[in-house]
Design a protein around this ligand. Structure first.
Ligand code: FCB
Length: 449
């Protein structure tokens, strides 16, 4: 028996990418280097020494990629703007040629009937700003606001939706505490400072862009529901800490105007005091929340782990992706329902969801069969449908990713695309998951056999 799970009318179906992961040509046409350019060119930081110098060569293949999106029937495309293309030094002079690239992209998307969702910051801070303190400087809020204003003045209402910043937790934790991501610092004291400035920049960015556009604007958080490995009191307490660290550290200031009480306990002497006025800025009203979801955290007490004193454990009966992330679709409905119940009635968008799996090499004419990715996407879409049935106001879904790309410190080894990229020839081949997704978009729903 085939069941059809349908989505509300107007539900928006898209795919997502980010500038440094796909564009290549990072210094072309007057662009300034980003912290990711610097990081990937530092030996030992990225697997196999991979860099974004060429990536998917999207900077030069933009038109073909928009045509591909059109062929897939996508209704929306989430991309990011590279700050250093628009402002090579991060502040001051504007590089018209950088803006022109995104203007052309937006025009072509609109011509193809695809709604552009633009993210202003997806991890590629101009290196010149890192030299001035980067996310550790309080000034970054006004630097970001100026940049947001310049981009929204140029692209304004032709962009359907604006996102300020992608995944503050990952920026602060990967970039400043664990150091696996640019700029590669390993300093617990810096984490909360970066977090606070990222959130202030978000608020300042929203205020700045409001003077240029009426298009809806929001922020994207990576949310990961935490579940206890056992019902031991120690593990239950670990869940509360892990949840405060990854989820509530961001949800609470954005929607409740304060950090969770646990932050002082988590960071101890590394937790700074904050100016009260900052919280008005951080909680500046937004129009939607973007949620990136990949996995859950099955959590155990671990006194040796920094900050959260918790670690993620394996579930022997679950499947895992190539990233080592547990496949757990129910976590997506749980987190969406929780956000809707505890935090906000704003529209929610799944701004990223997807999986890296090994794609078996087959002759190109036969296509690329990736049943594990298709299964992952299907089960997570069912979870989204379930969240909607449970009352969450979910308005759209963006698969990560449109195409295989530079997976940060993992380089090109991890493939998330519904379109395969042959990095030797740059040829794009739609995977079976891509054909399947196109059908989901066309029917506004999922067929289950
Ligand atoms: C998210 C990032 C995105 C991509 C996926 C796999 O954290 O936002 O750029 O790397 O993970």
């Amino acid at each position: 028996m085939t069941t059809h799970i349908s989505f509300p009318d107007g539900f928006l179906w898209g795919a997502a990418t980010a500038a440094y992961q796909i564009e290549g040509s990072p210094l072309a046409d007057g662009a300034g280097p980003s912290i990711w350019h610097r990081f990937s060119h530092t030996p030992g930081m990225v697997k196999n020494g991979d860099t974004g110098d060429l990536a998917c060569d999207h900077y030069r293949r933009r038109r073909d990629d928009v045509a591909l999106m059109h062929e897939l029937g996508l209704e929306a495309y989430r991309f990011s703007v590279a700050w250093g293309r628009v402002m090579p030094d991060g502040t001051g002079a504007v590089n018209q040629r950088g803006l022109d690239f995104y203007r052309a992209l937006v025009d072509e998307l609109l011509e193809a009937g695809i709604q552009p969702m633009a993210t202003l910051y997806h991890w590629d801070l101009p290196a010149a700003l890192d030299d001035r303190g980067g996310w550790l400087s309080r000034d970054v809020a006004s630097w970001f606001a100026d940049y947001a204003q310049i981009v929204t003045r140029a692209l304004g209402d032709r962009v359907a939706m604006w996102v300020t910043i992608n995944e503050p937790w990952v920026i602060a934790t990967g970039g400043y505490i664990h150091g696996g991501l640019a700029p590669g610092h390993r300093n617990v004291f810096e984490g909360p400072i970066a977090t606070h400035n990222i959130l202030r920049a978000h608020g300042a960015g929203i205020r700045a862009l409001r003077s240029e556009t009426r298009a809806p604007a929001g922020i994207v958080l990576n949310l990961e529901p935490k579940y206890a490995a056992t019902d031991d009191e120690a593990d239950l307490a670990a869940v509360r800490r892990a949840d405060a660290f990854m989820n509530r550290q961001y949800l609470d200031p954005l929607f409740r105007g304060a950090y969770p009480d646990e932050m002082g306990e988590l960071f101890s002497e590394a937790w700074p005091s904050h100016q009260a006025a900052d919280f008005d800025l951080i909680a500046t009203p937004i129009d939607f929340l973007g949620v990136n979801y990949y996995s859950r955290g099955l959590t155990a007490n671990d006194s040796s782990a920094p900050v959260e004193r918790a670690s993620r454990v394996k579930n022997r009966t679950s499947a895992y992706t190539e990233m080592g992330w547990e496949v757990f679709p129910r976590g997506l409905s749980d987190i969406l329902v929780r956000v809707a119940t505890d935090y906000t009635k704003l529209p929610l968008y799944i701004t990223e969801n997807g999986a890296a799996f090994y794609d078996p090499p087959v002759a190109p004419f036969e296509g690329i069969d990736d049943p594990l990715r298709t299964g992952y996407l299907r089960d997570h879409l069912v979870a989204v449908g379930d969240a909607i049935a449970r009352g969450a106001d979910v308005r759209g879904y963006f698969v990560w990713s449109l195409m295989d790309n530079f997976e940060w410190s993992e380089g090109f080894a991890k493939r998330f695309g519904i379109v395969h990229v042959d990095y030797a020839t740059m040829q794009r081949t739609v995977k079976r998951s891509g054909r399947w997704y196109a059908e989901v978009v066309r029917r506004n729903g999922v067929e289950m056999d």
